[in-house]
Design a protein. Structure first.
Length: 278
């Protein structure tokens, strides 16, 4: 992912499919038919729980990916709205649709099947979709009581991936955490921020293998300066691929997605507050 010029898509069709037409002629009718089918077969007593069995499929990921690559943000929003009306939750859209779609686009970049400009625009549109859904996602907090704690979130030094960081911050806020998230912190900024705030958790998102060494050193420096009381968790694309990365980097744990990260942080804070037996 350097600065060298890259050729355009290697297998781009000369006549890309008209996504808006496909949306109205195939996708919307299919979803509506599915809705009617469910409504006709679910017992009245089970109707309120019907949304719990609605799931995102690989086909949804493929459809949204094509819409994003076609550059039709308004069509993407309409597509997500249809899914929500079908009973899919915003949390499902975040974790099971937007996140896998971003990974799919990342693979296209890695295998050189799509150019940098196309991928950048598509990822920017995913960010816009998250901003679009954010008020709806946060309107029903999981815990309205006392704050769970304060967490600092940032990507590994030199990283440019910010999509996962935004999603992570959303989940922590919804779960009752005070969140400080910044995608562009320098190493000096990180230590200054930790010094100024009373954080219980530091969360680092790691994007690639070449960020391992610097992240391990950063974690070691944080440990040396602030001791074991400040818990450190890791996530991001690399943590999704390597199950024991946290042991290698000497972190307290790792999570494959935002939901797991919240559960992990909650667990670490509970253990910290648990009284020691005499």
């Amino acid at each position: 992912m350097g600065n060298e010029e890259r050729e355009g898509p290697k297998h781009q069709n000369a006549n890309p499919s008209p996504i808006p037409v496909a949306l109205h002629e195939e996708i919307i009718p299919r979803l509506l038919m599915a809705h009617r089918h469910k409504a006709g077969n679910i017992k009245k007593t089970e109707f309120e729980n019907a949304c719990k069995i609605v799931s995102i499929t690989a086909r949804n990921v493929e459809e949204l990916s094509q819409m994003l690559l076609n550059g039709e943000l308004s069509v993407c929003k309409s597509y997500l709205r249809i899914l929500i009306e079908e009973g899919v939750s915003v949390e499902q859209i975040y974790l099971d649709l937007l996140q896998p779609t971003a990974r799919k686009l990342g693979v296209c970049w890695e295998n050189d099947s799509l150019d940098f400009a196309t991928i950048t625009l598509a990822v920017w549109h995913i960010n816009q979709l998250m901003y679009y859904l954010s008020p709806e996602f946060l309107q029903n907090p999981i815990d309205l009581g006392k704050s769970k704690g304060r967490i600092l979130l940032f990507p590994s030094l030199g990283s440019q991936h910010t999509l996962g960081l935004f999603m992570l911050a959303e989940f922590f806020r919804k779960s009752g955490w005070e969140v400080f998230a910044d995608p562009a912190l320098s190493e000096q900024d990180i230590f200054s921020t930790i010094e100024e705030q009373d954080f219980q958790i530091v969360g680092i998102s790691i994007g690639s293998h070449d960020q391992k060494k610097s992240t391990k050193k950063l974690i070691s420096d944080i440990r040396r300066m602030y001791g074991p009381a400040l818990k450190i968790i890791i996530g991001g694309p690399l943590a999704f691929c390597e199950n024991n990365l946290f042991r290698e980097l000497k972190a307290d744990g790792q999570a494959a997605d935002a939901r797991e990260a919240v559960l992990l942080a909650n667990s670490l804070v509970r253990k910290k507050k648990k009284p020691v037996k005499s």
